[in-house]
Design a protein around this ligand. Structure first.
Ligand SMILES: Nc1ncnc2c1ncn2[C@@H]1O[C@H](COP(=O)(O)OP(=O)(O)O)[C@@H](O)[C@H]1O
Ligand SMILES: CC(=O)N[C@@H](CCC(=O)OP(=O)(O)O)C(=O)O
Length: 283
């Protein structure tokens, strides 16, 4: 890139830095977007940069594929109902070990490597995520429905200059540990802490009019259009909970929710600090 273009990129970022500095942004990093170490490093480095320019980031992570791999290693099959993992008592132990142990601590270490100061937490720490058993037509075992978010641990960590990295196992009022979908947890956290934006990073460009055509991206959605998009059959499968999370976050006061492509290096920076935007934005 020539020197003028480089300067333009920085100048273009200025109004966005001014707008978001001092604000809180919740980023959900999905397991399918953690496809390789180079990408993971790029995401951690982007978040470290955001913190440096004064944006308070809460990073909520998934890890579905890592849980599947560990279940397979111990000879257990992964089962899902409507996108939720059927979580029996052996599985909840593995979910806790993989999310709050392996994935969370690896991301913390990687963030530190990129100069960001990070503290790893899960929903059990300081009773941050309180849940009840999710009741659906199928019995999903230890899958929780979040009833309460206690933002104090996050605020303490942020106020002390750290980036909180959150694994989404929750504490049950009944004393059990519950498994919570990471998109849903991120939306609840964003609403509770008054985040300016919720960014869901996944492994597709965004909401597509035709799921098999990456060129059919819908860039902007007013949340009132969502019921119609569902009736038309455009929103389906794994997209349904993601879109519901975006709608819920926006309706709870988060100004913008975005679904962006975690396969593109530095997609968060493009979304946050350029005129271009990327993925699908809900308002
Ligand atoms: N209209 C649509 N546009 C984009 N993706 C869609 C659409 N309908 C269904 N999907 C599916 O939703 C998936 C994303 O959800 P999911 O796999 O649960 O993501 P993650 O693991 O990142 O949480 C896409 O990979 C795609 O297969
Ligand atoms: C209840 C439920 O399904 N929980 C998820 C939690 C992890 C997650 O959401 O990870 P991704 O974002 O990578 O899909 C699971 O067990 O896979």
């Amino acid at each position: 890139m020539d020197i003028n273009k480089r300067a333009k990129v920085l100048i273009q970022a200025m109004p966005y830095i001014r707008k978001f500095s001092g604000e809180t942004i919740v980023v959900k990093y999905g397991g399918n977007a953690m496809i390789n170490d180079k990408l993971k490093s790029a995401v951690m480095s982007d978040i470290a940069l955001m913190r440096l320019v004064g944006v308070n980031v809460v990073l909520v992570h998934g890890g579905g594929p890592e849980i599947n791999a560990m279940l397979k290693a111990v000879g257990k099959e992964s089962k899902f109902e409507n996108g939720m993992r059927v979580t029996d008592d052996e599985t909840i132990d593995i979910v806790q070990m993989v999310l709050a142990g392996k994935v969370n601590k690896n991301l913390v270490q990687l963030m530190e490597k990129h100069g960001g100061k990070a503290i790893g937490l899960c929903g059990l720490d300081g009773n941050m995520l309180m849940a009840e058993k999710l009741v659906t037509s199928a019995d999903l075992g230890y899958v929780g429905e979040i009833k309460e978010v206690n933002p104090e641990p996050l605020q303490n960590v942020i106020n002390n200059g750290y980036i909180p990295i959150v694994a989404t196992v929750a504490s049950g009022y009944d004393g059990n540990v519950y498994n919570v979908n990471a998109d849903i947890a991120a939306a609840h956290i964003a609403a509770k802490i008054g985040a300016k934006k919720l960014i869901l990073m996944t492994d597709i460009r965004g909401l597509l009019r035709d799921v098999n055509d990456e060129e059919s991206l819908i860039s902007v959605v007013n949340v009132s259009e969502v019921p119609m998009l569902k009736r038309e059959g455009i929103i389906k499968g794994g997209m349904i909970p993601k879109i519901d999370c975006c709608v819920e976050a926006v309706r709870s006061g988060v100004s913008r929710a975005h679904i962006i492509d975690g396969r593109i290096e530095h997609s968060i920076l493009i979304e946050m600090f350029s005129d271009e935007g990327i993925g699908t934005m809900f308002y």
